[in-house]
Design a protein around this ligand. Sequence first.
Ligand code: NAD
Length: 353
Amino acid sequence: MSVFDHPAFDDHEKVLFAHDAKTGLKAIIAVHSTANGPAIGGCRMWSYKDSSEALTDVLRLSQGMSYKNIMADLPLGGGKSVIMKPQGDFDRAELFEAFGRAIDALSGNYYSAEDVGVSPEDILNARRATQYVVGLPGGTGDPSPVTAKGVFLGVKVAAERALGSSDLSGVKIAVQGATGHVGAYLVQHLHEAGAELFLADINESALKDLAAKTNSTIVPIDKIYGVEADIFAPCALGSVINPDTIDTLKVKAVAGAANNQLATRDMGAELQKRGIYYAPDYVINAGGIINIMGDLDPKYDAKWVEGKLQGLRQTLGEVMDRAEDEGTPANIVADKIARERIEDARVRKAEAA
Ligand code: NAD
């Protein structure tokens, strides 16, 4: 399928197909927008069925990064890269160095970091060939605590809208993926804020410990959707709000860390129809990318990060206000605001040129 006719093509600025016969590298780098700064987004390595599947993934993910970065008010654009995992044995260090050469060819239009299937060590190997990488070992480190802090603030916004107060004491919250990198920090914040917690995770031993420490109730993984709670915080998988789960939800709001929570865009309208508030995932979970700014420039220090997290809280409030005022689903409102901001940035950049 051609790139320009692809259904996920959204006026992407650049799409680079990189092949290196020696290492077996087959990668696609998609730069969705640099209107507001260099495009940043992780590299995902996956056993894609074919290059068409990889292209679809990278076009969608790079657009998502543009939206996430602009909604977090970062001086960044959006991009993403995918590597088609070679079959059989391959030299991982050489493969990532070749990937680094592909990044370098974009001369700083795109910065890569890790994503699914890629480790900080892989990015270190890419670093041998390019300076345009972030999230290296010894840098700003694990983004999860900052992501969790942002999600915690977002849960408070959701509580304010859905329950009339941001005070979480006694508020019942169901957390899926409770023992994960983000989940465990979030659970700690919610516990300290006095919430009554219901936790699910496939990691049973870690879950038992966490539940004991936070006086929480353990819920079987398939029962987490139907808990009689006020808020559902998905912090594990994507597509958890889908036709099979939506009618089991008893909560008044969905606010969590997981990427791509809605299986399809129309699930936002389905939530709204049921009177359930939704905190769009790429708005509430941008703490990690905010944290990564510290890798680009030391002026982005802890105080700056804290200010940006408070900004996320405000943006989420604006999205929810507009969703209510316009009767439009929050995910659609967020996409609209993101597109407006990107267009404004594009016009500013063109005028400054
Ligand atoms: P993680 O892998 O550390 O945590 C996921 C947790 O979910 C694990 O504890 C796992 O055991 C659990 N899990 C898996 N399948 C489950 C199931 N069926 N039911 C219940 N629990 C299940 O990942 P993470 O870094 O904590 O990220 C969690 C989510 O947040 C992901 O969707 C990720 O894309 C998104 N996210 C993470 C960050 C970050 O800073 N780490 C930033 C933005 C978005």
